[in-house]
Design a protein around this ligand. Structure first.
Ligand code: SF4
Ligand code: SF4
Length: 424
């Protein structure tokens, strides 16, 4: 398809926008900034003007197009079904073709994340040096940098164990009866940064007679590349992962990262021969879950990742799973539609704006009085932990899988009170 046809197709996608403004009231960027060109309909108008050649991709326009979390809150509320997120991605692709991908994004999305050897080396190096970077906070799960770090600034960083999910998987003996086998698409964060979440996923599944395979050859789902407008890198990653999915021999793929799940479901092809489920969706809708034997005597709330609630329409399953945990007291948040402000590389290129959006979300989470903020996306976890730390809260951020694994207990354990490990 040539560029002109490509542009006409995109303009057709924008035509249903009747400029009703419904999206303005829900967009986190607009509510933080209050400027029309930051609102979803303002972005649609800017992209249209760019494609029609009435404005140039100058620095101001690039900044506006960068100021989108791809959270899909506007899409959920748009009466005409305008996919503002897709329009923004398409605009970024056009800008990247003309101006190149910004260097900081390129480092992550083209140099680091697609290359498994580099990623492993980089994570091992950081794990060894992290003592120099900063001291542990939040009971050891995170580190507070002593100075500004390129790309991540002064935000908390996960405390790395130096292990990957693959090393944890190799150490695990397979026990118990197995009724079915699934593949776990673990994603970069769970594989290399938060392997404890992956281990929890395995424990819950095995406890419920599901064998989980975690192929080492899987690579980044490609969302960071897609969001940066780097379609070529995204396509390379997608092809590599498709080969891994096919070779797994599984008819079911599960994910525990909302962003990976939404990317696989939307961009890996509707005609995939296997089903893709979020962890909570799999447990709630496709498995007969055994009763959870151990109590978790905590108060908890749930943060909906945008890529789960809006992109995958999953909101009831995590809540119903939490309500099954004995002893756990659940308190829902006032506005569960609120984005955490992370948006992947958005939190790096739009650090101040990302923090402003996060502040309001965190305030609502604190107002619940919960001791634990449970969620289903490692990216949200990191950003929420930062916000809670900044606000002086002692609430802990945990993945849903970690709570369920604690309530399952070790297979040999007796009933009793569970201990949540808060591993990262
Ligand atoms: S809600 Fe949809 S139709 Fe209305 S202004 Fe926003 S994008 Fe356009
Ligand atoms: S995707 Fe999110 S940040 Fe982007 S325009 Fe829509 S509501 Fe705003």
């Amino acid at each position: 398809m040539d560029e002109q046809q490509d542009n006409s197709g995109l303009i057709r996608e924008m035509m249903p926008c009747v400029r009703c403004g419904q999206c303005r009231s829900v967009c986190p960027v607009f509510s933080a900034r209050g400027v029309e060109s930051d609102a979803p309909r303002g972005k649609v108008a800017l992209v249209r003007a760019l494609l029609e050649g009435t404005i140039e991709p100058n620095a101001a326009l690039i900044e506006r197009i960068d100021q989108c979390l791809l959270c899909q809150t506007c899409v959920q509320d748009c009466p005409s079904g305008v996919r503002v997120d897709r329009i923004v991605i398409a605009a970024r692709e056009r800008i990247a073709r003309q101006k190149g991908v910004p260097i900081r994004k390129k480092f992550l999305t083209r140099w680091l994340m697609p290359n498994l050897n580099r990623l492993r080396f980089f994570i091992t190096l950081i794990a060894k040096l992290q003592g120099l970077i900063g001291s542990k906070v939040a009971a050891g799960s995170y580190r507070k940098p002593r100075y500004r770090i390129p790309i991540t600034g002064k935000r908390l960083l996960p405390d790395l164990t130096g292990q990957t999910l693959h090393t944890l998987v190799q150490e695990r003996p397979k026990t118990g009866k197995i009724d079915r086998k699934v593949m776990f698409f673990s994603g970069c964060m769970i594989t290399y940064v938060n392997p404890g979440i992956g281990k929890a996923v395995l424990e819950v599944c095995e406890r419920n007679h599901v064998d989980v395979v975690v192929p080492e050859e899987q690579v980044c789902c490609g969302l960071p590349s897609l969001a940066a407008g780097d379609r070529d890198t995204f396509e390379e990653l997608r092809q590599q992962n498709l080969a891994v999915l096919m070779e797994s021999g599984c008819d079911t793929i599960i994910t525990a990262c909302a962003s990976c799940g939404s990317t696989l479901k939307e961009h890996y092809g509707q005609d995939l021969p296997m089903k893709i489920y979020d962890f909570s969706e799999f447990l709630s809708d496709h498995l007969k879950l055994d009763p959870l034997p151990k109590s978790v005597q905590k108060t908890a709330t749930y943060h909906d990742p945008c890529h789960l609630r809006k992109a995958q329409k999953i909101k009831d399953q995590p809540r119903s799973l939490l309500k099954r945990v004995p002893g756990l007291s659940f308190q829902d948040v006032k506005d569960p539609d609120r984005c955490c402000g992370f948006g992947g590389t958005f939190s790096m290129s739009q650090e101040k704006l990302s923090q402003e959006i996060n502040d309001t979300t965190v305030k609502q989470l604190i107002e619940t009085g919960a001791e634990m903020v449970v969620t289903s996306c490692p990216g949200c976890m990191l950003h929420l932990a930062n916000g809670l730390h900044r606000a002086g809260s002692t609430a802990r951020v945990v993945h849903l899988a970690e709570v369920l694994a604690a309530s399952c207990g070790e297979i040999t354990e007796e009933e009793g009170e569970a201990d949540i490990r808060y591993e990262t």
